[in-house]
Structures are given as structure tokens and as C-alpha cells.
Design a protein around this ligand. Structure first.
Ligand code: PLP
Length: 411
């Protein structure tokens, strides 16, 4: 017998384990050995309450329980059930009516929308653009499909969005490959918690409307996975009307995830929503994204869609869900503030943060820092340029403890 590994023979060689899941395993083991109080697990990308249990919206659970057999059992249409698609438009835009042509395609979580955008709005060999701090599946979704991720630095010297770097990267890639696909995660960016402000958004629109991109197909995927935990629901949506001003060659795609918004991570529900300049571009979006869906996951979880359709179908229920979410959001926003304040007090530099599930600290040798913290029972995620702390998964008290430990370890 030789050493043949079959997938490897086809060039399928990849990292053995997901770092985040591995760290989680280590944290769980330490909890078993030393007890819950000895461990701060700031690796988790889900909102936990102060006791460390998954925060689950009861109003959503009630809606899930009220589903009928067929709501689970039946296939959903490939593009999603109509009432769900309507709900997704309301969930993203609230009372705003986009002037552009809108189409919705259901996806399994926000991840599916990223996948479909890469497969349809870039070609094999292309570079997909995002910033240097990014959620790691951005990269693996690209490489899985024979593309690569290319980055610009997120921050300028003032800790604001690096407009210049963004523009240079976009124009360079346009020149080199003749098409542009951008993944832009805001507000409550994972991993930094940064959000583009309205002025920065104006500049992004200006750059994409520039004559240098004349005739170049541009897809701008705006990943709003965390929008409903980012701050005031209306304020965080102020950028959306700006996307109506993009030129015909620039297609905006909003990636929406029900995972956080409806605390239904496991129900794999979400949508990609286009804002297209023409009816033809919108129709093509629907066609190509449904085609991709059919050939990957086929149709999406029907029950997840039905739950959201039912919530949006009844004003009273929607109101209850929004109120319950607002409490969860306040809990998260408070933790972020506490972390920021503690860092300021200890003189610990954090990466520019506005709101969200995560805070980052830039450092040399993130793996080493993460290991040293793990020895103290504090689990964080090492990234290329620093470490990520999930304030979504730890209490305010633990935020303060984590800041102190970080200060010690980093010196
Ligand atoms: N985009 C970002 C930046 C995320 O962090 C996540 C979840 O962690 C998602 C999209 C979508 O996640 P899901 O597919 O679970 O909805």
C-alpha cells in the first residue's frame, strides 16, 4: 500500500482544523476540569447571556413551535418562499423603498450569499477584494472556487476607513482583470467592530462611480450579517439609500443573515438582495443566483423561512420580536462600551471599534498571545494581525478581566 490520499491527488489540500472550533474545544475541556468560573471563552461568534448560555429569542421559539408539519416537510422554491422574500426586503430596508430594482434569493445563512456572489460575479482566477481584517471564510469561500482574496488596509493613519487604499485596490484589480467583486462587511464588522460612517459611504459610492470603472462590471457585496446588533436600527441603515446612486455597471448586493437577527444560527436562513440599475440586471441576478443555489444546496430550509414570513406577516408579532431583540442588542452594546472603557483605563490599544460582536487588539505573534491567555483560562481567536475577543460571548465583568489579562500578557 502506498500513501495515496484520494482528495489530495486532486490538489485538495487544506488546513486540518478550524482554529476557532479547536480553541472552543480546549475551552470546553478546561471548563470540565476546572469549572465554569475558571474560564472566559471569548471565541464564540454567537450572542450568549451573562451565564454563558446561548441567548435565544423566546418570541422566535414560539413562532417555530407554531409551525405545522408541512412547513418543515415541504420543499421551498429554489429562490425562497414569496412571503419570506417580502419579509427580507422589509428586514433590510425597513420603511425605505429602494429606487433600484430589487430581487431576493434565499440563502442558507449569510454564508450562502457570499458564496453565490463570488461564483457569479467573478471568474476563476480572479481576485476578490476585501480589507485586511476579515472573517476567514471570506478567503476559503474564494479559494474553494478557484479565486483568491486580495486585501487593502482597512484603516488609515487616523484609524478611519482607508479610502485611498480601497480606491487603489479597486482600480488596480479592475485594470488587471476587467471585473471587480468587493466584499464589504459593515456595520459591526467582523472582526473589528468597525462601521463605515455616512461620509465614508459617500466616498465609496464616489469611487465606484468613477470613470476609471467605466464599462467594468462591479459587484459590491455589503455583508450586513450584524446590522441588527450594530446600534440604532434606523441609523445603521442610513447608508442604504446611497446605493441607489451607483452607476449602471455597479450592482449592490446586500447579504442578510437571520442567524444573529433571529437567534437562529442553526436554522440556516438568510438572503441575498440585489439593488440593480436595470430590470435586466436584476432578472439576471435572480437567474444566476437561483441556478447556483440549485447546484449547491438546492433549496433552503423551509421552516426557517416560514418563521420569518409569519413574524413579518403580523405587526404585533414583529413588534414583540423587535423589542426582545432590542434588549439583547443593548446587552451587547453595553459590553462593547465596558470593554472600550476598560481598555482606555488600562492604556490598552484596541483596533478602532464602533459596535458589534467582536473587539480586536493588534499584536505581534497572535498565536503566542492567544496561548498565553489560554493558560490563564481566557480564550480568544488569533488572527493574522492580532487577536479577536468576542464580547458577544462574555459578561461585562469578564470584559474587564480580559482587558486586564491582555494588558499583562502584552506588557
Ligand atoms: N458574514 C460575517 C462577517 C459573519 O461573521 C457571519 C457569521 O459569523 C456571516 C456573514 C454569516 O453567517 P451565517 O451563514 O451563519 O448566517
Amino acid at each position: 500500500g502506498g500513501n495515496m490520499i484520494l482528495a489530495q491527488e486532486n490538489g485538495r489540500v487544506m488546513p486540518k482544523e478550524d482554529k476557532i472550533f479547536a480553541l472552543n474545544g480546549r475551552a470546553k475541556k478546561m471548563i470540565e476540569e476546572k469549572g465554569k468560573d475558571a474560564v472566559i471563552n471569548a471565541t464564540i461568534g454567537a450572542l450568549l447571556n451573562d451565564n454563558g448560555d446561548l441567548a435565544v429569542m423566546q418570541s422566535v421559539v414560539d413562532e417555530i413551535r407554531s409551525l405545522k408539519g408541512a412547513d418543515y416537510a415541504e420543499y421551498a422554491p429554489i429562490g425562497g418562499i414569496p412571503a419570506f422574500k417580502e419579509a427580507m426586503v422589509k428586514a433590510v430596508f425597513h420603511d425605505y423603498s429602494p429606487k433600484r430594482f430589487v430581487e431576493v434569493v434565499a440563502t442558507p445563512g449569510g454564508t450562502g450569499g457570499i458564496r453565490n456572489t463570488v461564483s457569479n460575479y467573478s471568474k476563476p482566477g480572479d481576485r476578490i477584494i476585501t480589507c485586511d481584517w476579515y472573517w476567514s471564510p471570506y478567503s476559503t469561500i474564494c479559494t474553494e472556487q478557484g479565486r483568491t482574496l486580495d486585501t487593502y488596509e482597512l484603516f488609515d493613519e487616523h484609524g478611519k476607513f482607508n479610502i485611498k487604499g480601497f480606491a487603489e485596490k479597486v482600480y488596480e484589480v479592475a485594470e488587471a482583470q476587467g471585473d471587480v467583486c468587493i466584499l464589504l462587511n459593515t456595520p459591526a464588522h467582523n472582526p473589528t467592530g468597525y462601521a463605515l460612517d455616512n461620509e465614508e459611504w459617500d466616498k465609496v459610492v464616489e469611487i465606484l462611480n468613477d470613470d476609471r470603472l467605466k464599462g467594468v462590471p462591479v459587484a459590491l457585496f455589503v455583508d450586513v450579517a450584524y446590522i441588527d446588533f450594530a446600534g440604532d436600527p434606523e441609523e445603521v441603515r442610513e447608508f442604504l439609500p446611497k446605493l441607489d446612486n451607483l452607476k449602471e455597471n455597479v450592482l449592490a448586493i446586500i447579504g442578510y443573515s437571520a442567524s444573529k437577527t433571529f437567534t437562529s444560527y442553526g436554522m440556516r436562513t438568510g438572503a441575498m438582495i440585489c439593488m440593480a440599475a436595470t430590470e435586466e440586471i436584476a432578472a439576471e441576478f435572480k437567474q444566476v443566483c437561483e441556478f447556483s443555489a440549485r447546484n449547491t444546496w438546492s433549496n433552503c430550509n423551509r421552516s426557517g423561512q416560514q418563521v420569518i414570513a409569519n413574524i413579518f406577516g403580523d405587526e404585533k408579532t414583529l413588534d414583540i420580536v423587535r423589542k426582545e431583540r432590542a434588549d439583547f442588542r443593548d446587552m451587547l452594546l453595553e459590553r462593547g462600551k465596558v470593554f472600550e472603557e476598560a481598555a482606555a483605563k488600562e492604556g490598552l490599544d484596541i483596533v478602532p471599534f464602533v459596535s458589534g460582536f467582536f473587539v480586536c487588539v493588534a499584536c505581534e505573534d497572535p498565536d503566542d498571545i492567544s496561548n498565553k491567555l489560554a493558560d490563564k483560562g481566557i480564550f480568544v481567536v488569533p488572527l493574522a494581525k492580532g487577536i479577536r475577543i468576542s464580547v458577544a460571548s462574555i459578561s461585562k465583568e469578564q470584559c474587564v478581566k480580559t482587558v486586564k489579562a491582555l494588558k499583562e500578557v502584552l506588557g
